[in-house]
Design a protein around this ligand. Structure first.
Ligand code: NAP
Length: 651
């Protein structure tokens, strides 16, 4: 993987990796920006020297408060110095990389990095993600066994050209399966196309938020919406997706015909209604794509300017205006500080305060030195991704889980949950000297009862401004001129902005979906969406959901990784049915029901299942219908390839 060219520079043949040709100063500067636990693992790939794994310098478990795992400054300097010697030696010698680590060593490296023992699944997961032998981590299982001609005769319709729809298209194209994507908007990108409100940016670590096959060296740790939108546009172009997409085309209904065992899909576009057929349908419509307007009395009466965060009216000049924002969820949290800078006066209505995780890098550019490491040092980017993944999702899952021995559930649900609460409360206090404001912003439910929001102080600075009021008195009604609260206070405004979220639990709505024997999905679900692995639904053969029921992540993991697992599984299903000469597969009801019992039991143990705080994770039946309650690696494992015993083969 590492070879020497005539010009004596090291050429490492890892996709996207640049050769190390820079001088000593550049390398020394880059190392100052290293995430040291990541660097230590990357050096094992570079030299084969495993002595770090058994040395005294090691990250501590739960590097929540200190990303460097509490490695002292002196020890960090030592590691950087060692790294400098090793990298420059490799640069100057042009020696090849040593043989790649095996699974046992990767498992040791995982445990070293996170500072504790974990199930061997993690070593397996990382081995796959690192793609040391160039094997695609999310390749379509079983597809090689299906003759090309069979694949070419199979047709799939994908609904939506956002992150998951594009992914499905890319994998279908790679497999040589015919497909079309119907997209109701005029361009690709889904949520990143639709949400253009000021301040919009990804709030999961950006280095975990890209397709496995299309890593990107992001400009910021949490890049702005325009960067994300451009990424998905670039992917659409790079994989020639646009020629497969019908834009401005909304799917109205899709019906499974028991006789020909095909899906009959009806679409609406400016040209009128259109019908087409396909062997399979993949829905990739997102959970957060339809704005939710709150059911507040008088909502239609407001005579001023009003809009929803997902339909931002950029024609409105807010400067000097009196603005009301309803909501303090992830969207309002990002746009309200921007509005505050412009508006004459801003009133924010908060019903439930969010838990806030402080991250100083939230608005920061990735420094040049870090870019250098990500671009040049073999496997640094992959381990950095894992470090971010562990720090922000997998590693904090235990703090969202109930300890049966913990004697309360109102404020915290375990010792780890209590520690998180203490840490976040202390962080809020340090940034908010105002007692009255502090009392309003500290949540009274366990951490992760709702989505944790990331901030660098931007939100609290906005709340502390002279032109901003945070109102916690409930809203009684909306009037022609503004809002009246339950204590009779009247707050007038020129502009009323709803940051009230999305109709997340109405999964796949408003598409009319009819399956076997005329079964209507609306009737089967009855307001309580369920699927097997969030993907397949009994009575709806060859209908596959992406980001379907119970596939949402609460503690900020990457939804892209989940989608990659789902698409891999769907491709495995398609391969399985074609390989078996079937026309369709239908999920067995008992498999589906047993699975959902486990999901419900899992969610009942999690902060979001226990907390009484209102949340979009709960549907109208009171069930947690959005969230995955277990570790990400468990989903990765369970969705690796379909089991034929879980399905009935048709045709
Ligand atoms: P949300 O989290 O559902 O927040 C809606 C807000 O409106 C909440 O504060 C809610 O209060 C409030 N609200 C709703 N109805 C109300 C009523 N009748 N009276 C008063 N307040 C009311 O929606 P969101 O902020 O759009 O975020 C939704 C999800 O989108 C996020 O959880 C996240 O997954 C995703 N998102 C991601 C990003 C990103 O990555 N950059 C950005 C934005 C959104 P309660 O809390 O009391 O319900």
């Amino acid at each position: 993987m590492c070879r020497q060219d005539g010009d004596n520079t090291m050429k490492i043949e890892i996709p996207g990796l640049a050769p190390i040709t820079d001088g000593d100063d550049v390398i020394r500067d880059a190392l100052e920006h290293a995430h040291v636990p990541t660097l230590m693992n990357a050096l094992i790939h570079l030299t084969g020297d495993r002595s770090f794994l058994h040395g005294d310098i090691r990250p501590e478990a739960g590097f929540l408060t200190d990303p460097q795992g509490n490695i002292s400054a002196t020890d960090q300097a030592y590691v950087r110095d060692q790294a400098f010697q090793m990298i420059t030696a490799c640069r100057d010698s042009g020696d090849p990389l040593p043989p790649p680590p095996d699974q046992a060593l990767v498992q040791d490296m995982v445990q070293f990095m996170i500072g504790k023992e974990v199930a061997s699944d993690y070593g397996e997961f990382l081995l796959s993600e690192l793609a040391l032998d160039g094997t695609d981590a999310y390749a379509s299982p079983g597809m090689d066994a299906v003759p090309e001609a069979t694949r070419a005769e199979f047709k799939v319709i994908v609904i939506g050209a956002g992150m998951s729809g594009l992914l499905a298209g890319i994998r279908l194209k790679e497999a040589g399966i015919a497909f079309e994507i119907y997209e109701r908007h005029g361009d690709v990108g889904g949520t990143w196309q639709q949400n253009t409100y000021p301040g919009c940016r990804v709030d999961s670590p950006n280095h975990t938020y890209s397709y496995s096959f299309k890593p990107k060296d992001w400009p910021q740790f949490f890049s702005p919406q325009a960067v994300l939108k451009e990424y998905f546009e670039d992917c659409a172009d790079a994989y020639s997706m646009r020629e497969h997409i019908r834009f401005n085309t909304e799917v109205v209904s899709t019906t499974f015909d028991d006789t020909d065992q095909l899906w009959h899909v009806v679409t609406r576009s400016p040209e009128g209604e259109h019908s087409s057929t396909a062997n399979g349908v993949i829905t990739a419509v997102g959970q957060l794509s339809r704005p939710k307007w709150p059911d507040l009395p008088g909502r239609d009466r407001f005579a001023g300017v009003t809009f929803h965060s997902a339909e931002w009216d950029h024609a409105q000049d807010l400067s000097g205006k009196r603005v009301i924002v309803i909501g303090t969820g992830a969207s309002a949290f990002q746009f309200a500080p921007e509005v505050a800078r412009e508006a004459g006066h801003l009133t924010i209505f908060q019903r439930t305060p969010p838990w806030i995780f402080h991250n100083a890098d939230y608005h920061a550019d990735v420094p040049d030195g870090k870019h250098w490491l990500l671009q040049h040092l073999p496997y640094y980017a992959q381990w950095y991704k894992f470090a971010s993944f562990w720090r922000t999702s997998e590693g904090i899952l235990s703090a969202a889980k109930r300890d049966p021995a913990w004697n309360e559930t109102d404020r915290s649900i375990s010792e780890a949950s209590d520690q998180m609460r203490e840490m976040m409360t202390a962080s809020l206090r340090s940034l908010c000297p105002d007692d009255e404001l502090f009392a309003k912003i500290v949540p009274d439910y366990p951490v992760a009862g709702k989505r944790i929001l990331i901030d660098n102080g931007n939100w609290l600075q906005a709340l502390a401004r002279d032109n901003v009021d945070l109102v916690t008195e409930p809203i009684r009604e909306i009037t022609e001129t503004g809002v009246v609260t339950t204590d009779g206070t009247v707050i007038d405004a020129d502009v009323l902005i709803y940051g009230t979220g999305f109709t997340a639990s109405k999964i796949l709505s408003p598409i009319a979906i009819t399956g076997r024997d005329g079964t209507r999905l609306d009737d089967q679900w009855d307001g309580d969406a369920r699927a097997y692995l969030g993907i397949t639904i009994p009575n709806f053969p060859n209908l596959f959901c992406l980001y379907g029921p119970n596939t949402n992540l609460v503690v900020n993991g990457s939804i892209i990784m989940f989608s990659e697992c789902e698409v891999r599984y769907v491709m495995g299903c398609l391969a399985m049915l074609m390989d078996n000469g079937a026309k369709a597969i239908d999920c067995r009801p008992d498999v589906h029901d047993r699975y959902n019992e486990k999901i419900d039991a899992g969610n009942a143990e999690m902060a979001w299942g226990i907390s009484k705080a209102p949340t979009w994770y709960r549907n109208e039946k009171g069930r947690i219908a959005q969230n995955w309650p277990f570790s990400l690696v468990e989903f990765w494992q369970q969705s690796r390839r379909p089991n034929i015993d879980d399905y009935q083969l048709l045709g």
